[in-house]
Design a protein around this ligand. Structure first.
Ligand SMILES: [Zn+2]
Length: 500
């Protein structure tokens, strides 16, 4: 993790190789910090008169000063009345990506000093730091040439003397959050020949151990003994058998509002589609079909490091959905944990199968709330593009908290209806359920995918988050790189912080 320091705002003596300062659209350059050299202010005024710089969001101008090794960067923040946490994150990301492009080893910025209602200075500092760290993320572990050599070595947050403790606190809490997102990205980006079910288990075990969290595994044999045949059916054609892992955080102090929350994450380490094999253009990135599971591991670790107030149990069913003599077939009928039978209509709708066993097992521990997060459907892209995740569930109160957490982290969610009629679409002619909607499989894909899990939960309030669209970005966007995004980690952390 890049070290972070908090220091007084100064431009007379550079504290970083690159210093970034924000200016609102249409505002006078004389509003910039006093000790910015007058040469820069004059030049900027000139540019603004000629409308060559207006302060529009993410507009960037760099100035070279004698006293700086690299640059003083002025970044547009857009209109003052439209400034939000997300706009601040975008401005920070813009500065960070610029600093990296000029190989600056350190970056200082002041964007968090501008008010954003109703957020505290600590929250603003935290979110600015998270955005900088996430914007600087790079996955080049498997390159032997062209690795980024000049890595950023220091981030500096500007502060007035009296604000230092608040800003330092934000910089401190930012680190476990950013680390959780970046680890989840690493896992999503790691190829399936390197991260199979056994490697995932090993990784999670190490994370649990180094953070002193409880950890346990149900092996393939355990799954069979318990009657978790859906998970077994999905994973049995792979050389690395299916398994279910559990990583658990119990707060050291029991507080009054403490809830027991089960987080269930889909962990398909590679999804070929099975016998209903996927077309070529949809298969290469299926190494990322475990992103929900990665999110869950990292959120539980972050919960411990941040000391969140709830008892959180992460459950991840792990399997590789491939083809072999032992593979499940379309038309097979398989019994899930708890006894319900499922007719497998399509072997590529495997996520809901493994999650059904997982949520049913999660309920045994009598949680107050179950949340599952999964790269469940391609239809999520059809619904919301790359702007937010469709969700559904029965936990009304928790959904409201999640929705607000989504707005504040900009990992937004959109609630889908769970009308009774949708459940008719997943009734099988010969078994209790089918894993694809009728008649064609295209009807209400996101909703029926989620409602399938509901059939395995007896009474616990539940939420399903479909990150099929958001887990993998075809193009980079501000502080989110191309490919695995780590989407959902920040959303769940803030939810757990706020849920009462
Ligand atoms: Zn699939």
């Amino acid at each position: 993790m890049i070290p972070i320091t908090v220091t007084k705002e100064t431009y007379a003596e550079p504290v970083a190789a690159c210093s970034a300062v924000g200016i609102f659209e249409g505002e006078d350059a004389k509003n910039l910090p006093e000790d910015i050299p007058s040469g820069v202010i004059d030049e900027l005024k000139g540019l603004m008169q000629k409308k060559q710089f207006t302060g529009k969001l993410k507009e960037l101008r760099s100035f070279t000063l004698d006293s700086f090794h690299h640059a003083l960067v002025v970044v547009g923040l857009g209109k003052r009345q439209e400034y939000t946490l997300e706009r601040m994150r975008k401005a920070v990301a813009k500065a960070a990506i610029f600093a990296r492009s000029v190989k600056a080893p350190s970056l200082a910025f002041n964007f968090h000093l501008k008010d954003v209602d109703p957020f505290s200075l600590t929250t603003r500092a935290q979110e600015a730091t998270v955005a900088a760290l996430l914007a600087l993320y790079r996955f080049d572990k498997y390159k032997t040439e062209g690795k980024e050599r000049a890595r950023m070595k220091k981030l500096v947050l500007f502060a007035q003397a009296r604000d230092r403790p608040a800003i330092a606190e934000g910089a401190r809490t930012a680190q476990p959050i950013a680390e959780a997102v970046m680890n989840a990205r690493d896992m999503g980006n790691t190829p399936a020949n390197i991260l199979g079910p056994a490697d995932f288990e090993e990784y999670a075990r190490k994370r649990a151990k180094s953070n002193r969290l409880r950890f346990s595994v149900l092996s393939t044999r355990d799954l069979k003994r318990k009657g978790m045949d859906l998970l077994v059916a999905v994973g049995k054609a792979s050389k690395e058998g299916p398994r279910m892992i559990k990583i658990e955080y119990i707060p050291s102090r029991k507080t009054r509002g403490m809830k027991k929350i089960a987080l269930v994450g889909k962990g398909v380490t590679f999804d070929s589609g099975g016998l209903n094999i996927k077309p070529t253009q949809w298969m290469d990135y299926m190494k990322s079909d475990m992103c929900g599971g990665a999110d869950v591991v990292e959120v539980v670790v972050a919960a411990k490091r941040l000391g969140l107030p709830h008892h959180i149990t992460g459950i991840i069913p792990l399997a590789e959905n491939v083809i072999g003599g032992d593979a499940m077939r379309p038309g097979d009928v398989v019994k899930g944990y708890g006894g319900k039978t499922v007719e497998i209509m399509n072997t590529d709708a495997e996520g809901r199968l493994i999650l059904a066993d997982a949520v049913a097992w999660a309920e045994d521990a009598k949680p107050d709330l179950i949340i599952d997060i999964a790269t469940l459907t391609g239809s999520s892209i059809g619904h919301l593009g790359y702007e937010g995740s469709p969700v559904l569930g029965t936990a009304e109160k928790a959904l409201e908290v999640l929705e607000q957490a989504g707005l504040d982290t900009h990992e937004r969610i959109w609630k889908m209806p769970i009308w009774k009629e949708f459940e008719e679409l997943i009734k099988s002619d010969i078994a209790d359920l089918r894993n694809l909607s009728k008649p064609t499989g295209r009807e209400a894909g996101v909703i029926t995918g989620g409602l399938f899990m509901k059939q395995f939960i007896k009474k616990t309030p539940w939420i399903h988050i479909d990150i099929g669209n958001m887990s993998w970005f075809p193009e980079a966007r501000d502080y989110i790189p191309k490919q695995a995004s780590g989407w959902g980690v920040r959303l769940l952390i803030l939810f757990l912080e706020r849920f009462k």
